[in-house]
Design a protein around this ligand. Structure first.
Ligand SMILES: Nc1[nH]c(=O)nc2c1ncn2[C@H]1C[C@H](O)[C@@H](COP(=O)(O)OP(=O)(O)OP(=O)(O)O)O1
Length: 195
């Protein structure tokens, strides 16, 4: 068990994965509060293809900045409606701390999960929503939706999305550095929350 949380990550955590080619965590001078929300039904997860801004062309949850005067949960609820057109009761599922060498602010991202949404899932200027299956490969049926497109997501998402899917509270951090003109993960650590 590891007790050495990365800087910026709090809680009593048990290490699940770590890696990267960098020895040091990146420095940062301020922390911005963000949210990221994933909706579930049966063995399916709703992701959005980001159509503009940072991360264009990647699948992700729905979220963004916590605005002044808003709680994190209020921001998550608002962003879900703005980006996917739906409302749902949300619960905090984990925390993800993101740092890159492109800017000196770190992103503290509260990860939410929800089910039983209301409203019609709607494509917006920012996101194209799409359902994916996380059912085990051996019980896949021909009419089933495609699996979670990890090859088209942020590179370290495969370390924590399974924890989200399995309802294991988690926290972790990923640093990204510009390497050969591309922003690539340089160091990461993820853990589950111990009772
Ligand atoms: N699933 C994810 N995996 C990852 O590694 N980094 C992520 C991530 N989701 C978001 N990030 C990082 C990248 C990005 O710089 C930052 C904020 O992400 P967002 O896509 O929410 O930002 P936006 O610029 O769209 O915010 P708004 O303009 O407020 O909607 O957090």
């Amino acid at each position: 068990m590891s007790t050495s949380n990365p800087p910026g990550v709090e809680g009593h955590l048990e290490e699940v994965s770590r890696g990267g080619n960098s020895a040091e965590w990146l420095p940062y001078s301020q922390v911005k509060q963000y949210t990221n929300t994933f909706i579930f039904r049966d063995h399916e997860i709703l992701l959005g293809l980001k159509k503009r801004g940072f991360g264009t062309g990647k699948y992700n949850g729905f979220g963004g900045k916590v605005e002044p005067g808003e709680s994190s949960l209020q921001a998550a609820t608002r962003e879900l409606e703005e980006e996917a057109g739906i409302r749902a009761a949300l619960e905090l599922a984990g925390v993800f701390f993101f740092v890159s060498d492109k800017e000196d602010k770190a992103f503290h991202i509260d990860i939410y999960r929800g089910e039983n949404f209301t409203g019609l899932i709607t494509e917006t200027d920012e996101m194209r929503p799409q359902w994916f299956s996380f059912r085990e490969a051996h019980i896949q049926t021909p009419e089933q939706l495609p699996p979670i497109p990890f090859h088209q997501m942020w590179e370290t998402d495969p370390y924590w999305i399974p924890l989200l899917v399995n309802r294991q509270p988690f926290a972790g951090r990923a640093d990204f550095r510009t390497q050969g003109g591309k922003l690539l993960p340089s160091k990461w650590w993820f853990g589950t929350v111990l009772p």
